[in-house]
Ligand binder design. Structure first.
Ligand SMILES: [Zn+2]
Length: 280
């Protein structure tokens, strides 16, 4: 079974670029069908209220059952103190099986990692080129699976992509997806060094064509079993152990360390490019 592990769905409520405006699936679903992509993991576009956006995506997932799987989008700062309850709702009510976090919103938090651990679900964290964070995450949370999309940079930051390869090699709990990776030579080198078990096919639909992205996987000319892993098997292994009921309450919540705080302004700029993030 071919599974696209990275697709957006629903309406954004911004108007700064495609990423927060519209991720309607109309074209995408036709494109995916043409290329025998049987399942797609969907999560919201950028949004000012992820609880609301996740609810919309839950409706889309339900309407297309069983073709779509949901990941819940959370904002590490704005949703601080609420992450556990948001994910609890997403897992138990919506049947979602993972968490999406974007560095453009805010840096990932312990609250998010501990919540993922409680449900044993993977986190797809777009680091926007800030690959050094992966070293911290992998060491601090060896039992949490991290998918670092775009080989670390949607914006073709080759330094970041090369640097991520070392983390893929070093840490059993770090994975990547192939969505939007334009430099095929880097992708090929990464698969060779880290092994195909660390790679998941993803498209970054509905903006990118899943069939075009899928051809990159075939162009790697992997042995059949390795290719099947990249196309879907590796992803299925990441969600296989998920719990419907949390194993425990995240320590950062139970020790009173966290309290909800007012929403902070997200950074301005283009989330699809690496520039800007390095200023922080
Ligand atoms: Zn994306």
């Amino acid at each position: 079974m071919i599974i696209d592990c990275h697709c957006h769905a629903g309406k954004g409520d911004g108007l700064t670029g495609p990423w927060d405006t519209d991720a309607s699936l109309g074209h995408y679903l036709r494109w995916a069908s043409e290329y025998n992509i049987e399942r797609s993991v969907v999560f919201p576009a950028f949004h000012s209220n992820y609880a609301e956006a996740n609810r919309e995506v839950a409706g889309i997932v339900k309407a297309h059952s069983p073709r779509l799987l949901g990941f819940a989008f959370v904002h590490a700062e704005r949703d601080r103190g609420q992450i556990f309850s948001m994910i609890n709702t997403a897992v138990q009510e919506y049947g979602f099986c993972g968490i999406k976090v974007h560095r453009h919103d805010a840096r990932i938090s312990r609250e998010i990692c501990e919540t993922a651990r409680a449900f044993n679900i993977p986190i797809l964290y777009d680091v926007v080129g800030e690959v050094s964070a992966v070293d911290l995450l992998a060491n601090e949370y060896p039992d949490v699976k991290f998918i670092i999309p775009h080989l670390g940079s949607f914006g073709d930051d080759w330094r970041a992509q090369i640097a991520l390869i070392d983390h893929l090699v070093r840490y059993p709990n770090v994975f990547t997806d192939t969505s939007g990776v334009r430099r095929f030579d880097i992708l090929q080198k990464a698969v060779k060094r880290a092994g195909p078990a660390k790679f998941l096919f993803g498209s970054d639909g509905p903006w990118l064509h899943p069939g075009v992205e899928l051809e990159k996987i075939y162009a790697l000319h992997l042995p059949e079993s390795a290719q099947n892993g990249v196309l879907g098997g590796n992803f299925l292994r990441l969600i296989a152990g998920r719990r419907n009921k949390p194993m425990s309450i995240p320590a950062v919540l139970s020790n009173g360390y966290l309290s909800p705080q007012n929403a902070i302004q997200s950074e301005t700029g283009d989330p699809w490019l690496a520039e800007g993030v390095f200023q922080f």
